[in-house]
Ligand binder design. Structure first.
Ligand code: BG6
Ligand code: MG
Length: 218
């Protein structure tokens, strides 16, 4: 195990909830509609534009490109507002210990998030200097579930995906890791993430020794 490719929202920090809160506000403010909980999973891991498509599809609305861009920008403003008070206290349980152990074992850390806010969030969490690389989602051709961002994240640390683990909380993200050829570690429920090679219910249960054992058995 030479590299760890980390998703951000829902794995390193509990920001996934803020994404959906911001989408809910947008749907209320513009379309006077409520979004159901079930829609959240479909917007997890996928890019801002793809998430907006999922939501407009659900609402049965189609808008011209200019309005689409304005809606995406407005959601991001609301989301950034919700992130304003983010600090290192918002790093999810178990993550500091896991990251510490990975670093002690000489494993390189690379961010493989679909979020354009990745560098901003890492900065707020005080983790900017902990990561060896941040894959830029604007540079990859296709978003999750395509493998591109994980391939890019591995390449940024000079490792082959087969020598890396990928950590994810979304359906699309686990598919992306598996297709990239890395070893997928899922955080969530078997109902959604049954395709993860190793699955834990929450980040507090992400233990370095368990990951290493599962990796050795792969
Ligand atoms: C992913 C989230 O990490 O980033 C998605 O799981 C989100 O819900 C995507 O749509 C893009 O994020 P951003 O910050 O660029 O809008
Ligand atoms: Mg996520």
């Amino acid at each position: 195990m030479k590299g760890a490719l980390f998703d951000l929202d829902g794995v390193i920090a509990d920001t996934a909830v803020y994404h959906f809160q911001a989408w809910r506000k947008l749907a209320r403010d513009h379309f006077d509609r409520e979004l159901p909980d079930e829609l959240e999973e479909k917007t997890k891991g996928v890019s801002r534009a793809d998430s907006l498509k999922v939501i407009l599809d659900y609402l049965g609305v189609s808008v011209p490109q200019k309005e689409f861009d304005a809606l995406a920008a407005e959601k991001n403003e609301a989301y950034r507002g919700l992130l304003a008070g983010l600090t290192s206290a918002d790093i999810l349980p178990g993550i500091p210990e896991l990251i510490g152990q990975m670093k002690r074992h000489g494993i390189k850390l690379s961010l493989a998030s679909a979020s354009m806010n990745g560098p901003f969030i890492l900065e707020k969490l005080g983790l900017s200097y902990t990561f060896d690389a941040i894959a830029d989602p604007s540079k990859v051709a296709a978003g999750k579930p395509a493998p591109d961002i994980f391939l890019e994240a591995a390449s940024e640390i000079g490792e082959k995906p087969e020598d890396c683990v990928g950590l994810e909380d979304s359906v699309a993200g686990i598919t992306a890791i598996n297709t990239a050829g890395a070893f997928s570690v899922g955080v969530g429920s078997p109902n959604e993430l049954g395709h993860a090679r190793l699955l834990v219910p929450n980040t507090g249960a992400l233990k370095y020794d368990d990951i290493e054992k599962a990796w050795e058995r792969r």
